[in-house]
Every structure is written in structure tokens, then in C-alpha cells.
Design a protein around this ligand. Sequence first.
Ligand code: ADP
Ligand code: MG
Length: 392
Amino acid sequence: MSRHSASILIVDDEKSILELTSAVLRNRGFRVKTATDGKSALELIVGDEPDLVLLDYVMPGMDGFSALKEIKQRFPGISVIILSGEGDGQIAVELMKRGASGYIQKPFLNQDLVESVDKALKVRGEARNRERLKERDRLLEEIENRSMELEERVREKSIELQRVQDEIIHTEKMSTVGYLSAGMAHEIRNPLNSIGLFVQILKENPEEPERLECLEKIEQEVRRIDAILKKLMDAVKGPRFHISEVSVDKVLDTVIDFLRSRLEMNGIRIRRDFRVIPSPVSADQTEIEQVFTNIMVNSIEEMPGGGVIGVTLDQNDSEVIVRISDTGRGILQEHMTRIFDPFFTTKTSGTGLGLYAVMRIVRAYNGRIDVRSEDGKGTTFSVFLRVSDAVP
Ligand SMILES: Nc1ncnc2c1ncn2[C@@H]1O[C@H](COP(=O)(O)OP(=O)(O)O)[C@@H](O)[C@H]1O
Ligand SMILES: [Mg+2]
């Protein structure tokens, strides 16, 4: 701000001082207004805020202290210089503490007055500049924060999008592979049946007794292949069979009962934690049983030396949630994306179809599965099934 455009209000009850001071300051190019008491001074300030107030310390009506306090409280941006006839240094200190920018003792030289005014305005200008710089920095920082926030959101959305895309590809792959394998399994079972029949015929008329052993081996292998094929066909079983209102708590108890002897044989304890009586789920009961059987059988197979299987049942607004956790070896990070693929197995005699079937069934009912595993510490499968009265 140029000093010549600065506006000053002079407040003094002595007319002569008002006139003199006004003249000096006007001569220097300042815009000057005057008031003879605190009250009218405040009215003028409210109407048109000056840059600086020259304030007489002793006035009728309102003393300098109160006027200073009021001005500083209501208009903190205005600089105030106190004019005083009393030569008391203590008062000057007190006034500065309360926000005065300067203190001039009457009678004063014109030069002193002008210097004090200049100094106060300069300090005020600098303070304003500092404020502006601070405000600019604050705005810059805010812009930076906002753009970082935006970047973060874009990043999150991209990840989410990628996940959905991966899932779509996975579902498509699964249904194609499933469809083809089920067809193949069906085709293979027919000639396999014939082989089995021929073997039986040969067994009935053995020419050499040692051949019987070979034939029995062949028969055994045929049965094994047949079992694999049957599992494969079950895994991709198409439409739902018998839809009813399934109570997941009952299903879980059925599955636990069904596996009881295997659990005991392997020294595995069940920790059952049913937190709700769940809402029913519209599904084929056998399929839901298969989901939890397959998951639990895997857990049993991962704990040859015994352990604990936790079965937790819970529910939110729209889903029944079942968590099956084990204290087994865990799933290697690099296997995580493959465990639901058909034929993926890490076992010498595994089929790799258990989890494939689990995923197919859960997806068929618009459910979802989450797997957490820590190498060497165990695995948790969380299955979310939509309750039948949930809004889709
Ligand atoms: N609870 C579990 N703990 C560790 N690994 C598991 C668990 N469940 C599944 N897996 C892994 O996922 C693979 C695929 O499982 P699954 O589809 O049931 O086929 P399979 O049991 O015939 O191997 C298993 O071979 C194993 O590597
Ligand atoms: Mg399995």
C-alpha cells in the first residue's frame, strides 16, 4: 500500500491538536478524518475503516485504554498510535501490550509524528504481506493435498476395476473349462465302463492265476478313474436341483457329524462358534453341504498331525457368513490365485476339483468367498451366502 493512499483517523478532544496534526498529515498526502471523542471515533471507524488511528489517551467519555481495547477487539487490522500528555513509561508499555503500534508524547515534533505514522504503517504492511504469504502457502498445501487425495482415489478405483475385471475373466474361464471337462468326463466314462466289463469277463475265466492279480489291479485303476470323473461331473453340475430354505447352522452341524470319525482319527478338535440363528438361504441343501464338506476336508488334509478347525457362523444385513479356519500349513502366496482353478492340487492323490466346486456353487447363489492364509500358521475360508429375503 502506498503511504499516500493510507487513511488516518485522529481522535483528540483538543481542537488545536486535531487541526495541527491533520494539516501535517494531509500535507504528506494522507487521507485524514477527525473525531473529538471515543464514541464518535468508533462510529467513523464502523462507517469507513481507516488504516491507522491516532488516539488521545485522556479524553472525556471514554479513556484511551477502553477505546484501544475496543478498536483492537473489533478491528484487529487497524494500527493504533497513542497520543499522550502524560510522560509515564509504564503506561506506554501497558498500551503496547494491549496492541498499540506506537506511543507519542505531547507536545511532539511534526517529524516525530510523521516517523511514527510511517513506521506503524510499514509494520502493518509487512504483517499483511506475511499474512498473504501464509495464506498463499496454505492454499498451495491444500491444492497439493486435494490432488494427492484425488490421485489416491483414482488409484483405488483402478485397483477395484482391475479386480472386477480379473474376476470376470476367472468366471468365464471357469465356466468354459468346467463345461468342457464335464463333457469330456461323460465321454470317457462310457469306454471306461466297457473296459470294466471286459475285465470282469476275463476275471471269470482266468487262464493263468497270476493274471488275476493284474486284472484286479486294472479293475482298481478303472474304479479310481471313474471316481475322479464322477467328482469332476459333480463339480460342474449345472442348474440347481432342489431349491429349499436352507438353515446354514443345521448344514454345518450335519457336515461336522459326517466328518466326525475322520476328525477324531486325525486328532482334530472342532471349535464351534455359532453367534446367530441365521436367516434361511435359498439353495440346494446338498450343494451347500458340499461347499462346507470340501472346505473342511481340505483343512483335515492339511493337518496330518492334528489341530483345530474353527467354525464360526455369523450374519450381517444381507448375508450369512461362515468362517472355517484351520491350524494347518497354510497356502503359499503363489498358489493363492490358483486354488479355485479346476485340477489345481498340491497333493499326490488330489483331484484339484474340491475348491472349484465350492466356487461354482457359491457363485451360483450370488455368494462370495474370501481366503486368508499365513504360511505355516493356517488358513481361513470365509463364505458369504445371501439370505433369501435380502434385497438383491
Ligand atoms: N485349508 C487349506 N490349507 C492349505 N492349503 C489348502 C487348503 N485348502 C485348499 N488348499 C490348497 O488348494 C488346493 C486345491 O484344493 P482342492 O480344490 O480341494 O483340491 P485337492 O484337495 O484335491 O487338492 C489344495 O491342493 C491345497 O494346495
Ligand atoms: Mg480338496
